[in-house]
Design a protein. Structure first.
Ligand code: AMP
Length: 618
């Protein structure tokens, strides 16, 4: 039976709680839901009929934060206290940003260049997570206001190229805003969902998602098969977008009236008014052939052809990125079954035409490009809410995940390209008698030796009860949740002692790094195999030496003097082979030692068995 709640604040009937979809954008953000009646995704709109909330946070003199259109008004007049593009800071260190440090008009702290960045406002420091949480909180409040019901569960989108740290930061921002983030979804995946792609079980498609926003451009090639969205490649330019079109028009207008740019560069209000008129010209030219206006007493005018000419080089750069993305995905244009347009700037006719010419097909642009990502997030939210039970959207792991075992070898628990969510476990044991702890180091990568892979986390599993070597059974479990966040737990099965950690890598990997790691594993495959064989032989040799030594100490009386001398010599030879790092020699010497010790090992076994029998009444 369905439950009906009553909102005690308003007295109104409360529907079952809705999961919202949120597009947390660099320039604008918005919330969408599946309409309870039409069952179609819709963007939530305030009374001003706008669904977009500018991703801008302004701090007033008392340090109070204001978000959205109100905050945007301060971009030019109070730049030091007005934060825009906080998304560009997510999961980044100052070193990651320093090439573009001039881009930010507010203070990005640079004193500890390798740790995560903070922003200084007056005497307070804010992390990008906190800044994003202000935006998310505003979106949550808006949604609650419009829906008249509490909103606490959300799906949030991120660019496909976001690494683990950036995804985790986004999730943390949601938590800080009071949202339970059920899933982090790739923006191009969400855009495809909004077009209904990937919703058929037996559907197989390769699609290109072209996303040109205000300040960033990215293109992703996705493969959809059996409800799984795989990102084959991404490319783009994180500092290219509609703002550059505005800038080109500003320069065009100034050229037209004969005023050099540097003359107005210091007059913030003139600059702002020119920027606004350039943006309206751009928007008008998306449907009109010509734009004319009066600005500061001058008549300014621009035709669509003139606009096309000045932005042609910028558009060309995005097409180059598309070509690169295709090459990286090892595909050609004929492999692409659909092209999806995302971002306000894809309304520009030249952009649309160039993309469609490049891919040799008409593009999908029927869904509002500003809203398409949020709408897709709402579709995903609906699936998670169980309203669309046939689907479970899956992502896959880009690289193998495993732990370090003896000799520095990588032991893979979850292989690359495994479906997410995923769970895998394996049992390990101790090397020494009475060993009370075990170091568990988690690595990501394809190489045989952990030293060539990337360490994600490490913890010391303590509290293993004293037992002889090899007795404890430590089960290590990897669990990757639907967002691709890994938790690692270890449990000693005999005693039940348990410990776990959540892996939150400070810095994740970019697609290019993942690719390099894969290439490395292929180039070094032969050498790695040889190295692994050597490490395994060495480990086996050391274990045999250890066991033999213990055996002799315990059973000296069972061995003849000749046997003792022969065993000692064979042990020395094996030790020497290990020191020489010679795999074949180690294996030969292991064999020789085994040959010598086999007879007395059997004798010892017989003695033990007959001893045991003697104690029993047969
Ligand atoms: P987004 O980051 O996706 O919200 O995209 C915002 C960008 O789209 C800004 O640069 C806007 O100026 C641009 N934009 C919005 N509407 C239009 C339009 N009708 N024609 C051209 N550009 C537009």
């Amino acid at each position: 039976m369905a439950k009906i709640g009553i909102n005690i604040a308003t007295g109104s009937l409360q529907q079952a709680e809705m999961i919202v979809g949120i597009d947390l954008g660099t320039t604008n953000s918005l919330v969408a839901i599946i309409h309870p009646e039409s069952k179609q995704p819709v963007a939530l709109k305030e009374f001003d009929n706008s669904s977009l909330v500018p991703s801008v946070v302004h701090f007033n003199e008392f340090g109070n934060a204001e978000v959205g259109e109100q905050a945007k008004l301060f971009l030019e007049t109070d730049p030091a206290n007005t934060i825009f593009s906080a998304k560009r800071l997510m999961g980044k260190s100052f070193n990651d940003l320093k090439e573009n440090a001039n881009f930010f008009t507010y203070k990005v702290i640079d004193d500890n260049a390798d740790s995560l960045v903070k922003v200084q406002i007056g005497d307070r420091f804010y992390s990008p997570i906190e800044l994003s949480s202000f935006i998310l909180k505003e979106l949550k409040n808006r949604a609650e206001h419009i829906l008249k019901t509490p909103v606490s569960k959300a799906v949030i989108t991120v660019p496909a190229y976001f690494n683990d740290a950036q995804r985790q930061a986004t999730r943390d921002a949601g938590k800080l805003a009071g949202l339970d983030v059920l899933r982090i979804v790739n923006e191009p995946t969400a855009a495809s969902l909004a077009y209904g792609m990937g919703l058929q079980k037996d559907e197989e498609k390769t699609i290109a998602v072209y996303d040109l926003g205000g300040g960033t451009f990215d293109v992703s090639i996705l493969k959809i098969a059996g409800g799984i969205f795989e990102v084959l490649s991404t490319n783009g330019d994180t500092y290219l977008g509609g703002d550059d079109f505005d800038h080109a028009i500003m320069e065009f207008f100034l050229g037209q009236i004969g005023v050099p740019f540097h003359e107005i560069n210091n007059d913030k209000s003139i600059l702002q008014s020119l920027r606004l008129i350039a943006e309206s010209a751009k928007k008008a030219l998306s449907s009109a052939d010509k734009f004319s206006a009066e600005w500061s007493g001058y008549n300014i005018t621009i035709t669509q052809q003139q606009f096309n000419d000045i932005i042609q080089p910028l558009v060309h750069r995005t097409i180059d990125c598309c070509a690169k993305a295709l090459t990286d995905a090892k595909l050609t244009i004929t492999d692409i079954n659909a092209v999806i347009m995302v971002g306000g700037s894809t309304r520009v006719p030249l952009v649309k035409d160039s993309v469609s010419t490049f891919f040799g097909q008409s593009v999908n642009d029927s869904v509002n490009p500003d809203e398409v990502v949020a709408l897709g997030a709402a579709v995903q939210a609906d699936i998670l809410a169980g309203n669309n039970k046939d689907f479970l959207l899956l992502d896959i792991t880009p690289l193998s995940l495993g732990i370090e075992t003896m000799g520095g070898l990588m032991d893979v628990l979850i292989p690359r390209n495994a479906k997410i969510p995923n769970k895998a476990g394996r049992q390990y044991t101790t090397q020494k008698d009475g060993q009370g702890s075990m170091r568990i180091s988690v690595f990501q990568g394809e190489r045989d030796l952990v030293q060539h892979n990337r360490k994600l986390a490490e913890f010391n599993f303590t509290g293993i009860p004293g037992m002889p070597a090899g007795m404890p059974k430590v089960e290590v479990t990897f669990l990757i949740n639907a967002d691709g966040i890994l938790s690692v737990s270890a449990k000693e099965l005999r005693s039940g002692v348990e410990q776990s950690i959540e892996v939150k890598p400070q810095y994740g990997l970019t697609d290019a790094e993942v690719e390099n790691m894969l290439l490395d594993s292929i180039t070094h495959a032969k050498a790695d195999m040889a190295e692994r064989a050597l490490v395994e032989a060495r480990t086996e040799g050391e274990q045999i030496l250890d066991v033999t030594e213990k055996f002799i100490a315990k059973n000296t009386t069972l061995l003849t003097k000749a046997e003792l001398i022969a065993t000692g010599a064979a042990m020395q030879n094996l030790q020497m082979a290990i020191t020489l790092n010679d795999k074949n020699l180690i294996q030969t010497k292991i064999e020789e030692l085994n040959e010598i010790s086999r007879p007395f090992a059997e004798r010892a076994m017989d003695a033990a068995v007959s001893g045991a029998l003697k104690g029993k009444k047969v």
